[in-house]
Design a protein around this ligand. Structure first.
Ligand SMILES: Nc1nc2c(ncn2[C@@H]2O[C@H](COP(=O)(O)OP(=O)(O)OP(=O)(O)O)[C@@H](O)[C@H]2O)c(=O)[nH]1
Ligand SMILES: [Mg+2]
Length: 235
């Protein structure tokens, strides 16, 4: 059993080293880390290159092309090799690596994907102000209601996918560029008959670096939910 952990980064120089050390010291299963960086001006890629560790690879893209295409490049890279499980997590330490062991154990119990869930019972968020949390909850409710999804945290960016699930979903069809990618993947998986298991996590608001959320990304997410609702039947 071999797991690929994909971390998209843009200006995460203050976080990436600490995140990689935490993963390597807490995750007990065989794994490899792939950082997908978009030529971050703060030198994130250089930091990754300097880590002398055969467990890390880097895809360094020329331009900032968005979260979705960063993940798709990472997933394609891994699917060409022999990984069984594919983890998605942010590079800003918001997704605590201590949950990886239980998430990987859960996916082996016959689930097609696993979601690290802030909004399942015993999940939650830390270090976010009330407005940020309310916005996130509203975005999640908006997407779940329009798409009729049962998962409690459809916008979560902390997920594990089984190879078989990804192989049957056509990644070429993904329409999102930004964060709606997270909803689109789960929605397409559900439409293909795949079932996900949610494990509660305590998400930690970023302490270092700055958010890449923009008005463009928010507007895309708002209309993309409707696009998905009326255009996706399968795959
Ligand atoms: N390669 C790549 N990574 C990106 C891009 N946009 C965001 N990311 C990374 O995707 C992850 C999630 O982005 P964040 O900026 O943390 O977004 P957020 O969690 O909604 O906002 P915060 O409140 O700042 O945490 C981080 O690791 C980012 O560095 C991009 O265009 N390309
Ligand atoms: Mg973040």
């Amino acid at each position: 059993m071999n797991t690929l952990i994909i971390i998209p980064t843009y200006n995460e120089a203050e976080n990436i080293q600490s995140l990689i050390s935490k993963i390597n010291s807490t995750f007990d299963y065989k794994h490899h880390i792939l950082v997908v960086d978009d030529s971050s001006p703060d030198g994130t890629a250089e930091i990754v290159e300097e880590i002398d560790n055969s467990k890390i690879s880097l895809i360094n893209r020329k331009n900032k092309n968005g979260l979705s295409s960063a993940y798709i490049s990472g997933l394609r890279w891994g699917l060409k090799q022999d990984y069984d499980f594919f983890v998605q997590m942010d590079g800003d330490l918001s997704h605590p690596p201590r949950y990886l062991n239980s998430m990987i154990e859960a996916i082996q119990q016959d689930y097609d994907f696993v979601v690290g869930s802030r909004y399942k019972e015993r999940g939650g968020v830390e270090k976010w102000d009330k407005i940020r949390e309310l916005l996130s909850r509203c975005a999640n409710l908006y997407a779940r209601t329009i798409l009729g999804m049962k998962l409690k945290d459809v916008t979560s960016g902390f997920n594990i996918w089984k190879r078989k699930t990804l192989e049957q979903m056509d990644l070429d069809q993904i329409n999102s560029e930004g964060y709606s990618f997270q909803v689109e993947m789960k929605y397409r998986a559900n439409k293909n008959g795949f079932s996900g298991c949610e494990l509660p996590i305590i998400f930690k608001g970023r302490e270092e670096g700055s958010s890449k959320m923009s008005k463009k990304i928010i507007f895309e997410a708002i209309w993309m939910i409707w696009w998905l609702r009326f255009n996706i039947n399968k795959k």
